[in-house]
Design a protein around this ligand. Sequence first.
Ligand code: GAP
Length: 466
Amino acid sequence: MLSKNSTAFSYSLSFYSWYNYSMEEIISLCKRRGFIFPGSDVYGGFAGTWDFGPLGVALKKKLMDEWWNYFVESRDDIYGVDAAILMNPKTWVASGHTATFADPLVECKDCKSRFRADKIADGITESVTTEEFLATHTKCPVCGKENWGPIRKFNMMFTTHVGAVLPDDDAEIAEKNIAYLRPETAQGIFTNYKNIVDTIYPTIPFGLAQQGKAFRNEISPRDFILRDRECSQMEIEYFVHPNTWEENFESLRAAQHDFLENVIGLPADRIHELEVPAEDRAHYSKRTIDFMFDYPNGEEELMGLAYRTDFDLSNIARESGKSMDYRDKVTNEVFVPHVIEPSIGVERLVLAVLSTAYTEDEVNGEKRVVLKLPENLAPFRFCVSPLLKNKPELVAKAKEVYDMLRKKYTNVTWDDSGNIGKRYRKQDEIGTPKCVVVDFDTLEDNTVTVRDRDTTEQIRISIDQL
Ligand code: GAP
């Protein structure tokens, strides 16, 4: 078992025993089978963007639906919102993003390459100074020289202009029309807090949840879908009485583990909590726990749980001139709620699920790749095939079984390509738990062969038992 105090050596041993494959093999499977493609692939790609194909979008949607079902539909204290991506720019002044949402950028004076300093040097954090960085004697990853400019803060928000702004308009007009692509979904929740309180009258503690796109102009997008310029977040802002933040923090912490481990099946021993030290916490947080996950290429943040105090609501009150007070329905006490925020990136979750599911084994002396996805996440639950494609009576019977299963389970696929062995390999690679095959015996006794993805065992059962 791996803890955050493990040495680098024991990390690599543990990774070796968990993952006998590399990230490249997952990337290759994702492209080969239509899960994930490089963004704008046909034009040679576009750094930091990825496109989800039919199977990837099925997996991603199932994850998002499981999350929504667990945190919103199954609870009576968390409500959903879906706010606009483009927001009034005052939002980002109030939230502190205009002033502080920045990464340390360093430029190589020789080859002019630019990097995020804390990602190319060991033992430093986002708040690194020029002196601290130079003391690491890091060489430029591109040209190998050690000739650095100063550390500069690079704001990661993407800017755009709203309305009819022309290229020859003067700087003042352009500046007045600037808007940002939201760098977190959270602010769309905070800015709707008052609307919800005034219309739904929720009893505190209560949460507002949102799923949607967020955009960050990452200096160095990397590691497949782990650090993108466009990602999807699932966030909850949970509003509490200031005196109760600790107990609410603990119960949301437990709920995250329950969701990750018991609903979507991530192994508990690959999730590690990291108590983020004050100097590394986001500007709004008084306490943050990062949930780290052991990916095939190392440990990386999967999600964060932050105590945001009344930072956001108080700033919105100041910037908008509107009260963010909450009146307790029982005690009549009036206060600005404090907030606990669980925030998770969908792409990082997809990769954690794929890394866990990807398995290589041997069947009849041949290497087999199999995605052992939990049934609730697999793009297809069943694949139905006729044993032979050129026997109309088998095809007709198989279509009957296919239609019946589709009515019952919806996510069922049809495959009559190649031979049966090739179909099994393909379905193994995309994680279909069961393959149902219709053969000549089916026509006689209404039974089918059901083949299990993980064990490859085949059983014969009657169609109405499916
Ligand atoms: N509202 C809080 C917030 O946005 P964050 O730690 O910056 O906090 C939350 O982001 C989560 O969003 C991360 O834990 C990660 O899962 C995901 N995330 C952030 N930046 C990302 C990126 N560039 N690419 C993919 N996922 C990202």
